[in-house]
Design a protein around this ligand. Structure first.
Ligand code: FAD
Ligand code: FES
Length: 331
């Protein structure tokens, strides 16, 4: 159902397309649906009982009428399919590559800070990556790609020289995007989940927008802090600009004994340091387990659902299908 909506240019809220993140939740008012892969994990029993469905997993068995919460406004950028050339690829840590993509000069590519693109593979399969550069710097699109062992897209990037390779991308996609306002922002990122948050930080700071920003970035160890210097520079730049204020806190889950900063899970560190979250808008991006923890633990600490935005870096849909097929064959 989500595919049908997107094909009809309705940019309904969605993120993982894998049934995990709950972003594509809608209420079924009329008609029948089924889930070819079983009831998705991103829906609780009480939500099912209340008539909610996940559009990315549901197939319609009849004409249906649904209620969604957020449909795009007319001025929102439409997603399109474009060729893109890998202009530069910089390996910035043992398992992260910064890719810079050049789009055709004649094409205007408008997006919002925090959105992502899909890189198209053969057979219509796709891989999602967040745009780490802000909209005002769209000459080259910056992506942070983590190496996934055996990953169809990411693994060859680290093994071969893909400089100048031509890709097909689709975007911009997703509802995880900076919203203007006065509330302080709490940004929580895990690993390459930093990418969309960096786009938001750069958007606010480089446009000298008045906003308090607080970034907690969680990685495993010191060697994973692949953007440390850039974040420290952003703190200095924000301080020089007077209007945006940035606090940056790295949190390591498995640091060396020499590490003097915070240790543990990044969302727990943020919760421990900010007792009352009710004033904050929260943007969280990264591994599905971190997003699940943020969703469950930040609500009771005062973050209203409408002020909590998340981007769950789930497996690609065909990878999920493969995993389901494998586990069905094994059982
Ligand atoms: C909205 C969105 C934005 C994303 N943004 C980014 C980003 O900015 N940077 C980034 O690095 N990733 C991002 N991801 C995650 C990325 O799209 C997936 O990890 C993707 O599957 C990687 O493609 P691949 O071809 O390299 O690996 P695949 O061929 O998909 O995977 C190969 C194997 O690796 C394992 N695997 C795949 N993905 C994951 C995962 N996420 N965690 C653990 N194991 C995995 C599976 O076992 C799989 O069989 C995002 C995902 C979403 C939904
Ligand atoms: S659950 Fe449908 S987009 Fe994530």
């Amino acid at each position: 159902m989500l595919d049908a909506a997107l094909a009809a240019s309705l940019n309904l809220p969605h993120s993982c397309k894998g049934g995990n993140c709950g972003s594509c939740r809608a209420r079924l008012l009329q008609g029948e649906i089924h889930y070819p892969n079983g009831t998705p994990l991103g829906l609780s029993d009480s939500e099912v009982a209340e008539g909610y469905i996940l559009l990315c997993q549901a197939r319609a068995l009849s004409d249906v009428r649904i209620e969604t919460f957020d449909i795009n406004t007319p001025d929102q950028a439409r997603s399109k399919r474009l060729p893109a050339r890998i202009e530069r690829a910089e390996q910035v840590s043992h398992d992260v590559m910064r890719l810079y993509l050049r789009l055709p000069v004649a094409e205007e590519f408008r997006f919002e800070a925090g959105q992502y693109i899909d890189i198209m593979l053969q057979g219509g399969r796709r891989r999602s990556f967040s745009i780490a550069s802000p909209p005002h710097d769209s000459r080259l699109l910056e992506l942070h790609v983590r190496r996934v062992a055996g990953g169809e897209f990411s693994a060859p990037l680290f093994d071969d020289d893909r400089h100048s390779a031509l890709l097909t991308i689709e975007g911009p996609l997703g509802r995880f995007a900076y919203r203007p306002g006065d509330s302080p922002l709490l940004l929580v990122g895990g690993g390459t989940g930093l990418a969309p948050l960096l786009a938001i930080l750069r958007h606010v700071i480089e446009n000298d927008i008045e906003r308090d920003l607080c970034l907690y970035w969680g990685v495993r160890a010191e060697r994973d802090l692949y953007a440390q210097a850039q974040l420290e520079q952003l703190v200095v730049r924000a301080a020089a600009g007077h209007r945006a204020r940035l606090t940056y806190v790295p949190v390591l889950s498995e640091p060396t004994p020499e590490w003097s900063g915070l240790r543990g899970w990044v969302h727990e560190a943020a919760l421990a340091h900010i007792p009352d979250l009710s004033q904050y808008e929260v943007y969280a991006a990264g591994p599905p387990a971190m997003i699940a923890a943020v969703r469950h633990e930040f609500g009771p600490r005062g973050v209203a659902p409408g002020r909590l935005f998340f981007d769950s870096f789930d497996y690609a849909p065909d990878t999920l299908d493969r995993q389901r097929t494998n586990s069905a064959t094994r059982s």
